[in-house]
Design a protein around this ligand. Structure first.
Ligand code: ATR
Length: 264
């Protein structure tokens, strides 16, 4: 029987999720339809789209910009949230079971899975996480679970402090971006700011890292160029996109995806 999935966003045309999930389905012999779903950017429209999809027998929905926080609020008031969704304050994966809607966030576990796939160790390692917006918040719990020590650097120091206070972990600390410039040394540095996407350049000063990861993909990254010039290994966020999708798909279908068997 054909199973139905959607990704809801605005804009949505650029989404690669249908190709990724269709390739996963092919690799395990499942028959699926995975559609892009545009939605006007307001909570009423969003709730209506999600409700109609699941009322019509839909199996799973991915949520992308700008709806992840809206999905969180919707399911908070009418459903159940995973610990990762609660920590992220955002939902990227929805399913429906006998008890109703269930919201999860696979972004952070996707990042950790991609780092492991590139043989990057995290246990007791020093991580610099740049940014204190939604993208940064979404990866903190999985990085902590992997045993990392995380220093959050943000242009607006207060936002970093507020974020750190939410987690109450002695493995997490808040810093200003200026502090990073004066030269920290890290095992892994992760760009979770929106600077690249809005065409701005992060001032990174003298800091150094063995491995640099930009959560963005598809555009040249000054951030990655900076660390490559220092001799660091680098990665963009494409693997994170694949891994977060894999975690959603596995949760929806109960199948295990072997990425070496997937032809995109
Ligand atoms: P997202 O959901 O993508 O994280 P966001 O919540 O708007 O988006 O957060 C954007 C993040 O990028 C913030 O940490 C922001 O820093 P501020 O908190 O100081 O605004 C960071 N950011 C964006 N442009 C930046 C720039 N040019 N230099 C440094 N940080 C930048």
């Amino acid at each position: 029987m054909m199973q139905h999935f959607i990704v809801i966003g605005n804009p949505i045309n650029h989404s690669k999720s249908p190709q990724i999930h269709t390739a996963f389905a092919r690799s395990v012999g499942l028959s699926v339809s995975y559609q892009k779903q545009y939605c006007p950017n307001d909570a009423d429209s969003f709730t209506a789209v999600v409700s109609a999809f699941f009322a019509g027998g839909g199996v799973g929905a991915n949520i992308t910009l700008p709806f992840k926080e809206m999905a969180f609020e919707m399911i908070k008031s009418n459903g159940r949230l995973s610990t990762h969704a609660l920590a992220a304050g955002a939902v990227n994966t929805i399913l429906q079971d006998q008890q109703g809607l269930y919201g999860d966030n696979t972004d952070g576990r996707g990042l950790v899975a991609d780092l492991y796939a590139q043989a990057i160790e995290l246990d007791n390692k020093k991580i610099a996480l740049i940014g204190a917006g939604g993208a940064a918040r979404g990866v903190i719990l999985p990085l902590l679970e992997a045993g990392a020590h995380i220093s959050i650097f943000n242009r607006t120091f207060l936002k970093a402090t507020n974020l750190v206070n939410e987690f109450q972990s002695d493995k997490l600390s808040a810093h200003s971006l200026d502090e990073l410039k004066t030269g920290g040394k890290f095992d892994v540095i992760i760009n979770a700011t929106s600077a690249t996407t809005i065409g701005q350049i992060l001032d990174l000063g003298d800091c150094s890292a063995n491995f640099a990861y930009d959560m963005m993909y598809g555009k040249p990254s000054e951030f990655l160029i900076h660390f490559k010039q220092q001799g660091a290994d680098i990665s963009d966020g494409f693997g994170m996109l694949i891994q977060q999708a894999k975690l959603s798909f596995e949760q929806w279908t109960g199948k295990t995806i072997d990425l070496s068997q997937v032809q995109f």
